[in-house]
Structures are given as C-alpha cells and as structure tokens.
Design a binder for this molecule. Structure first.
Ligand SMILES: C[S@@+](CC[C@H](N)C(=O)[O-])C[C@H]1O[C@@H](n2cnc3c(N)ncnc32)[C@H](O)[C@@H]1O
Length: 277
C-alpha cells in the first residue's frame, strides 16, 4: 500500500526583513522589551559559551522573576492552565491511557506535567529538564496539586542522550515548546537517542516554531525550522515523521510533529515487508 504524502500545513514566513519590519510597525510597544531581552541575552551569551549553559542561565533569570513566565505563561495563570490542558487533552484524544509510560522532555514547572502525573499510574511519569531552577518550581507544582503519592520522577540533565534511562521503556514521549528554544545540534542529539528509550510502537510528539522561509533564530532563544528539515533529520535516525495537522486547529502558535520507529510506522500502516526494513 502506498503511503500518502505528508501534509506540511499552510505557509508561514517568519524571519524575513519584511516580516520583522511589519512586526515593529504592528507592535511598537514590544520593542523596549525586545531590546531589554537582547541586552540580557548578550550578557549571558558572553558568559556561557555552550547552548545548554546559556539557556540554563536564561531559565534561571526568567524563573527568578516568575516560573510561569519562564515556561511561556506570560499572560498569567489562565494561559498556563490552558496550554497545559491543551497538551493533556491532545494526547488523551490520541489514545493516552493510565498504563502509558511517559517521558516529558523539558517538562518545565509541570504546566502539563501535573495533569499527566494525576492521570497516569504512579511512577509512570518521567520529567527531565536542563534547568535546576525550573525543577525546583516543578516540585512546588507537585505540592500545590497534592501529587506526592503519584511518585513522579524529575531529573535534571545536561544533554538529551537519555543514557541513564532504560531501553524501549517509554510508550509516550513529548517535548512541548522545547525545540522552539533549541539549536539544530540539540535536536539532532535528541533524535539520535530517543529511539533507544522509545518502546516498540511508542510515539514521540514535539512542537516547533515552523517557518516555510529561511530557518533562523532570535537571540538564540527562539528557533524557527522548516518541517522538511526536521522530518529528514528524524529519518536519518531511523524515525518516521508525521506532521500533526489536527494540532493546527488548536489556538497555539507552534506546530506539532510525531515520530515513531520507522518499522512500527510501517507495521501500523499495514505495509507489507515493513518489519524487514
Ligand atoms: C517553554 S518551556 C516549556 C515547558 C513545558 N514543556 C511546558 O510545556 O510547560 C521550555 C522548557 O524546556 C527546557 N529546555 C530547554 N532546552 C532543553 C534541553 N535541551 N533539554 C531539556 N530541557 C530543555 C527549559 O529549561 C524549559 O523548562
């Protein structure tokens, strides 16, 4: 059976000079904040040469002001709750069960994590993050929602090799709003290693800031990728990519992609000989 061509969603052209000029004209009030952020980031970049150390420092600075803002809930509690619920409802609608074993990459202060922890069987949630500061805030979220008995795992990490985790263990892996803050080498490291910890038939969902124009970053904090680039990178590491077009219907500015083991994708699609590839 022939596999249908993937749909990459409607065009998005960020990063062009025209787009930037248009943004300034539409949002002049945001220019001072952007300049302040640029100055802070230049200072942090000068002190922290590698990306993880730099981004850790960004998170430490943001989390000291407000952990909710640090994970993107600039508009307060309501948005924090809404984005967390969106992640949870989406995976529930895609068949998440309490028996699933979940790895939440870049779990932040458990905006969505607390819902997964509450829903999954005790011990079945594993959150990792590069930021010790945000994991301290994550522990506060656990206390706030009274989830101590669910025995979630939270671990600080410096890389995405997952070398301390068991092979073939996780049925569901997600990284929400993490690759939107990651340079290509961090994403590649994740793709190169996530297949080892993903259970047979398991899935890895991640969001990304999508562009159909030139790939670029803003202050090495926000990164924009083409769908085709990430799909090709995944394929190089034995993973099959699917663009999640139903996510595009939701009020969220990032796009979502799902990776599966190349072989299990073939088996699910009923392709003859898929298991032999
Ligand atoms: C925008 S927040 C999103 C947090 C959470 N996924 C959510 O949706 O609420 C991004 C999180 O990813 C973490 N992060 C960024 N780069 C990472 C990396 N390379 N490995 C693990 N965590 C990372 C940050 O420290 C931060 O907590």
């Amino acid at each position: 059976m022939a596999r249908s061509r993937p749909s990459y969603g409607p065009p998005m052209r960020r990063g062009t000079l025209l787009h930037k000029a248009g943004f300034v004209l539409r949002h002049p009030e945001r220019v001072p904040t952007h300049l302040r952020r640029a100055a802070r980031d230049a200072w942090l970049r000068a002190r922290h040469r590698d990306h993880v150390s730099y981004y850790r420092a960004v998170m430490a600075s943001d989390a000291a002001r407000s952990p909710e803002s640090a994970v993107g809930g600039h508009d307060g509690e309501e948005i924090w709750l809404r984005i967390g619920r969106m992640q949870f409802d989406y995976l529930r609608a895609h068949g998440l069960t309490p028996q699933d074993r979940m790895l939440d990459i870049g779990c932040g202060n458990l905006r969505a994590g607390w819902r997964f922890i509450e829903y999954l069987e005790p011990g079945n949630y594993y959150g990792v993050d590069i930021s010790p500061d945000i994991l301290v805030a994550a522990k506060r979220t656990l206390v706030r929602y009274g989830l101590q008995d669910r025995l979630p795992h939270l671990a600080v990490t410096r890389d995405l090799t997952f070398d301390f985790l068991p092979a073939g263990h996780f049925t569901v892996v997600q990284a929400h709003s993490v690759f939107s803050h990651s340079p290509p080498e961090v994403i590649e490291e994740c793709f190169a290693h996530v297949g080892r910890v993903l259970a047979p038939g398991g899935r890895f969902d991640f969001t990304f800031d999508r562009t159909t124009g030139r790939e670029h970053h803003v202050l090495r904090e926000d990164f924009y990728y083409r769908t085709e680039t990430l799909a090709a990178l995944a394929e190089r590491h034995g993973l099959t990519a699917e663009f999640m077009s139903d996510w595009e219907q939701l009020p969220h500015r990032q796009s979502k992609m799902r990776l599966t083991h190349a072989t299990s994708a073939g088996v699910e699609a009923g392709e003859e000989g898929a298991g032999r590839r």
